[in-house]
Every structure is written in C-alpha cells, then in structure tokens.
Design a protein around this ligand. Structure first.
Ligand code: NAD
Length: 432
C-alpha cells in the first residue's frame, strides 16, 4: 500500500519504518525541516533500538522516503496516518493544534479518496473534529474515511511492540475503511479489535490511565512497606503472581514520567471534567505520583541532612531504559530539585547525554558511572539501565566519598550492598 505518515517522531518513525519493512511504500513527513533533512541522509534523531538499521535498509531499497512537504505526503499516500505530537497545555488539556493543522492540510491537498488514520493520543471525539475539519476545507468532493488507530508501543522496545503488539485497535465507521486497515495489519498476524471510533479513542486513554494507576498503587504501597519494614518487591511479586493482577507495572520507584503517562492522565482528567465527571481515582493517581517524587527527595535529604554543597551522582537521565527520551523524566525533576537546594550534580546516562545537555545546566556530565561516583556524597540510580545492574561495587565504593546508594528503581539487593559496606536506601525496601 501507499502510506503517508505525518509526524516523524517516536511513533511516526517507528510505524513508518515498520510498515516499510512489511513491503509498503511509505512517506514520512514532518514540519521540522532540519529533522527531515537529516532523515533523508539516514540520520535518525532519536535513540530507539533497531530503528537506525530499519530506516537505513528501507531508505536504501526505496520503500521509505522523507519529506517536509505535507502536500507531497498527502498526494503520495492513500492511507494517511496522523502521528504528530499532542503535548499538554498549561491547563492539562491536550494541545490539538497539530492535529487540526494536519487535517486542514489533508483536506486542501487530497486529490482522490483518502483514509485518514488518527494515531496520536487524543481526547475522545477528536475524530469527529477531524472529519468536520476535512469536510470544511476540502476543495473537491473527494470521499474520505477517518479511523482511530491508537498506538501502544513503548519507547525502548517500540519495534518489537509494533510487530508483536498485544492488540491492534481499529475504530472504524465504514466497511471500506475496515477492509483497508485489516489488510494493512494482516501481515503482522496480531489480534485485531474492531470498535466504533469513540471506543477506540477511549481505549488508549483508559489503558494508559490504568497502567499509571498500577504504578501509583505500588508506589503508595512502598510507603507502607517502608514504615513497617516490609519489602515492596516481595509484596509486588506476591500480588503479581495472581493472574487477575499480573506482575507488570508493579515496580515502585521515583514516580512515573515520560512523554505519555503524565500528559495522558492529565488530559483524561480534563476530558472527564469537561464531560461533567469528577475522575477522583485518576486525580489520586496523579497526586500520588507527585507525592512519590517528593518522598524520594525527602529520603535523600534525611540521609544527607544538608544538601547544599554536597556532591550527588545521578545514574540515568532518560525516563526509562533503552531510550534517550527525557520528556517529563522523573530523574530530571529530581536533579532540578537537588540543584535548587545547592547540590553539585554529576550525571551519567548511556544514551541520553546529548539531549540532557540541552535541558540540564550546571551539572557535570561524566563518561561512565565510576567517574560520576568519584568523590560523591551519594549515588542515586534514577533509571534502571542494565548497565547499572552490573556495576563493580567495590570499585564504586572506592570512588565515592561516602558509600551511600539511593536505589530509585529497586534494582539492587539491599543485603548484598549492606554486606559490601554501603548504606542502602531503596523505595519501599523497609527503610523510611
Ligand atoms: P514526537 O514529539 O516524538 O513527534 C511528533 C512529531 O510531530 C515531531 O517530529 C513534530 O515535529 C511533528 N509535528 C508536530 N506538528 C506537526 C505538523 N503540524 N505537521 C507535521 N509534523 C508535525 O511525539 P511522539 O512521541 O512520536 O508522539 C506522537 C503522538 O503519539 C502523541 O500523541 C503521543 O502521545 C502518542 N504516543 C506516543 C508514544 C510514545 O511512546 N512516544 C506511544 C504511544 C502514543
């Protein structure tokens, strides 16, 4: 099929490259000319495992093209995916300017039937607005369909998630749209759920809100564990072995971050408010997450007493491992809070250093964990990269001024670290 993808970020690039790999002709478009010029030369602006190879190969075999002309993209694809960003506005609502802009552009440039697929995460009823917008700006009376096809990929394992997703959700209104979309996804051989458009739109927000709820639940539980001397990892394991609960998203830590959960929970709360429903569970989820960040900060303060002029090493900047994405990263929030209290911060991340240089000022960027630990009063693990799971603790201890580890992701064995002479602070591991 001829496919165009408008918005070439984490979602657009991964989807575009994967659809090309399946044998489709794909055009990825973006209004960021610099990004597109780089992509034309095979320079991938984000770190996502396997993406560079996929883009290089499909550029070479000419199944994948890049353009900064939305007009060209609209002409090229019979199926047009919208994958632009939908960031949060000040009031928590999703900013849908990009979506409206693209819908208008599609209307003005389509020269025949088009199937417009909404892939960005958007409030329920956005597709109604896309349809209205296209109908308003369309020049000739070409036919079109709108489909909601929310994306569930996770950064860090996005290609695998695209190819092996638990489900593909298609909110459709016409038989033609249903046929095209099922034909497109059929080679992946994954479960396809056909729903009406509004249900599909809600499935995305509902799923993210539910996952955020699991994280906040276990974070709240970590507070109880610390108070009574229980280990939240054991409690989570015991809960997770129950199939009705499942073990995923039950990892206590420094609070969820990233480009989706904070923004999507906030947007969902706002949508519910607008619909006249006070979504109290979700408000508690958000508040617990904010509280968790303060709790971790307080734990650090309780161990160091005075933060001013202390040297603190932070391992991990990305909001999760295997990505360089720093959007709403809890690590960055923590660093900013500590810096505000006068700490000297040294940081290291395997992939996110370049991006971090744009957002972090007055911190020392280090070449490896040991350089970061050198002469530090405390070492914080903020992202659970595999590299940090296999540190040489003896070497680390020699470098640190004080052998204090704050394990913000609970990746270490407290007993082992204590045996090696560290003061160990985990999250919900029984030490308040
Ligand atoms: P991103 O910021 O990485 O990419 C968005 C791209 O859209 C940018 O390159 C931007 O330049 C481009 N863009 C914005 N407005 C445009 C316009 N008017 N015309 C053309 N291009 C435009 O964002 P992302 O992480 O890829 O997310 C995209 C959407 O997918 C969001 O709604 C997000 O919530 C959702 N989503 C993201 C993930 C994820 O893990 N990142 C997962 C599922 C869903």
């Amino acid at each position: 099929m001829n496919i165009s993808i408008i918005g070439s970020g984490y979602v657009g690039l991964v989807s575009g490259a994967c659809f090309a790999e399946l044998g489709n002709q794909v055009v990825c478009a973006d209004n960021d000319k610099k990004k597109i010029n780089g992509l034309k030369k095979g320079i991938v602006p984000i770190y996502e495992p396997g993406l560079q190879e996929l883009i290089t190969n499909n550029l070479k075999n000419k199944r994948l093209k890049f353009t900064s002309s939305i007009k060209d993209a609209v002409k090229a694809g019979e199926v047009i995916f919208i994958a632009v960003g939908t960031p949060a506005l000040e009031n928590g609502e999703a900013d849908l300017t990009g979506i409206e802009n693209v819908a208008r552009n599609i209307a003005q440039n389509m020269d025949g039937y088009r199937l417009i697929v909404e892939k960005s995460t958007v409030p329920v009823e956005t597709c109604v607005w896309i349809k209205k917008t296209i109908a308003t700006y369309i020049k000739d009376k070409h036919k079109f369909d709108v489909v909601s096809n929310p994306e569930f990929l996770r950064e860090g394992s996005a290609i695998n998630d695209f190819n092996h997703s638990d489900r593909i959700v298609l909110g459709v209104e016409s038989a033609k749209a249903k046929q095209i979309m099922t034909d497109l996804y059929q080679p992946l051989n994954r479960p396809i759920l056909i729903t009406n458009i509004k249900s599909a739109e809600l499935i995305k927000h509902a799923s993210n809100a539910f996952l955020a709820t699991k994280i906040s639940f276990i974070n709240a539980l970590s507070r109880i564990c610390d108070r009574v001397g229980a280990d939240v990892k054991e409690v989570a394991q015991g809960m997770g072995l129950d199939n009705r609960i499942g073990r995923h998203f039950l990892h206590a830590g420094i609070g969820y971050g990233g480009s989706c959960f904070p923004k999507d929970t906030e947007a969902f709360i706002t949508i519910a408010d607008k619909l006249g429903y006070d979504f109290q569970i979700l408000k508690a989820v958000r508040n617990t997450n904010d509280e968790q960040k303060r709790y971790v900060l307080q734990k650090i303060k309780d161990s160091l007493w005075i933060i001013k002029d202390k040297t603190i090493a932070v391992l991990g900047l990305a909001f999760k491992p295997n990505t360089d994405d720093l959007r709403n990263s809890s690590s960055i929030d923590l660093i900013n809070a500590l810096a505000q209290d006068g700490a000297r911060i040294k940081v290291y991340d395997p992939k996110a250093m370049e991006k971090a240089k744009r957002v972090l000022k007055d911190v020392t960027f280090c070449k490896n964990p040991y350089q970061a630990a050198s002469n530090a009063d405390c070492l914080i693990v903020a992202t659970e990269w595999n590299e940090f799971k296999e540190l040489d603790f003896r070497k680390l201890k020699k470098r640190l001024k004080r052998a204090l580890i704050v394990d913000g992701r609970n990746i270490y064995d407290p007993k082992l670290l204590k045996k090696l002479g560290f003061t160990y602070i985990g999250i919900g591991r029984g030490n308040e």
